[in-house]
Design a protein around this ligand. Sequence first.
Ligand code: NDP
Length: 257
Amino acid sequence: MRLEKRVALVTGGSSGIGRGIALELAAEGAAVAVADVREEPKRGKYHERDPSTPTAEQIVQAGGRALHLPCDVSDEAQVRAAIEATVDRLGGLDILVNNAGILIPGTSQEISPADWRAVLGVDLHAVFYATRSAVPHLKKSRAGRIINIASVQSFGGGGGPAYAAAKGGALNLTRDSALELAPFGITVNAICPGYIETPIQDYLSEEQIEACRRRTPLPRFGLPRDVARAAVFLASDDAEWITGVALPVDGGWLAGF
Ligand code: NDP
């Protein structure tokens, strides 16, 4: 097991990619705090349609250590409280995974300023809030890691103005944090997923999903575990000299650019 004696906090860890990451980190021996607005995994229209056991409960049933922390990551005080609770109850913090994200579709004429603020709040501001609160604890770790879940949309338009702006910002924040925290041996990297089968895709029509399928070179869509295995690598000692990178996990989506 590659992550024994490590403590991780995964935002948005109740559903989709975050759930996949939390389960894989735990399978590698990490104790995991799942910080999410919900505890029950979200059921999607196209993907993850069956009910499943809450993430922390599933980890504990498998013999691991985990807890669920109710947390709206767009609220700085709640993020700080979740990080303090992780340190108090699990004994420290080694790995922060900023995964929680939302997508509100629509053009600049369709989405409202409130929608813009909501997307920026979860997909960008929360990354800063969690990083800021986690750093004092990560400095005490012998292998501090921050892993930000960005997107292929970090590199270009798509997904609407707020999502593209937030994901571009999250990637550049990753690079800035990598430079700031390198002297402390803390690595900061981004994973940039392509189409992953999760409930976030509910806003798409079947025709739009088919267009994504045609655009993905590999013959299947991604699954949460594809992103999770990349996260385990970045969290592990194997990646101790990798920082400030954007790792696409996209079935080749970006290869044509
Ligand atoms: P899901 O919607 O499947 O899961 C996201 C989880 O985060 C849900 O449990 C959700 O709860 C929770 N959440 C939403 N808002 C907040 C909040 N304010 N505070 C705490 N938790 C919150 O999304 P994915 O797993 O697909 O996405 C995870 C990350 O991956 C996101 O950052 C997304 O942008 C990114 N990504 C996903 C891709 C994909 O194809 N799936 C592609 C590229 C990037 P609730 O359901 O109640 O809102």
